[in-house]
Write a protein that binds this ligand. Structure first.
Ligand SMILES: [Zn+2]
Length: 177
C-alpha cells in the first residue's frame, strides 16, 4: 500500500500531539519561499530575459512542497485542539549552524560540514545535522518561555493542558515573536 501525504501527516500529527504537550516547529515561511519568481527583462536586449534563479527556485519549491511542512502543520494544529498540545513556531535562523551543547552554543557556518554532518568548530561536538537542528529548534522553543513537559518524558508530568493555558501560551508565543 502506498501512503498518501495526507495520511502520513495525519499519522505523524496524531503521534506527536498524543505524546507531547509542546511541539516546536520551524517557521519556514513556505508561502514566501515558494512564491513564483518574476521574469527580469534584459535592458540590453528587448524581448530577452536575464537569468533570475527561476530554475533553481522551482527545484526548491518542489523540495518544500514534497516535504509537506504546511500540511503537517495544519494536521498538528487540528489534532492539538483535542489533546491541548501547544504548537509553537520558531524562527529557524542559525539552527543548522549552532552547537547544541548548552555549555558551548557556538554559531559557525563552518560547523555544518555537509548536509548530514555537524561538527562544532569550537568544542568538537559532532552529530547528525538533522538531530543538531532539532535540538536547537527545541531549545529555541523552550527559551521562548513555553516549557511544557512532553508526555513521553518520564520525568515530566503527563497532565493535559486546559484550553485556557493553551490560549495564553499562544498569546505568549505571539508576544515573543
Ligand atoms: Zn560546540
Amino acid at each position: 500500500m502506498r501512503w498518501r501525504r495526507a495520511d502520513f501527516n495525519a499519522q505523524a500529527a496524531h503521534r506527536l500531539t498524543r505524546r507531547y504537550g509542546h511541539v516546536v516547529i520551524e517557521d519556514l515561511d513556505t508561502k514566501g519561499m515558494s512564491a513564483a519568481v518574476k521574469p527580469k527583462p534584459d535592458p540590453g536586449r528587448p524581448g530577452r530575459f536575464l537569468r533570475n534563479g527561476a530554475a533553481a527556485k522551482s527545484g526548491l519549491n518542489k523540495a518544500i512542497l514534497d516535504k509537506g511542512w504546511y500540511g503537517l502543520e495544519v494536521a498538528l494544529r487540528a489534532k492539538a485542539r483535542y489533546t491541548g498540545s501547544v504548537i509553537h513556531k520558531i524562527d529557524p535562523a542559525y539552527t543548522s549552524q549552532t552547537c547544541p551543547e548548552p555549555a558551548c552554543g557556538k554559531v559557525d557556518e563552518k560547523s555544518r560540514k555537509s548536509q548530514a554532518i555537524f561538527s562544532c568548530t569550537s568544542c568538537g561536538h559532532t552529530g547528525h545535522a538533522d538531530i543538531v537542528g532539532a535540538r536547537n529548534i527545541k531549545a529555541k522553543g523552550q527559551a521562548a518561555g513555553l516549557v511544557v513537559s512532553g508526555r513521553g518524558d518520564p520525568s515530566g508530568s503527563a497532565k493535559r493542558q486546559a484550553p485556557r493555558s493553551t490560549a495564553r501560551a499562544a498569546q505568549a508565543a505571539r508576544a515573543a515573536a
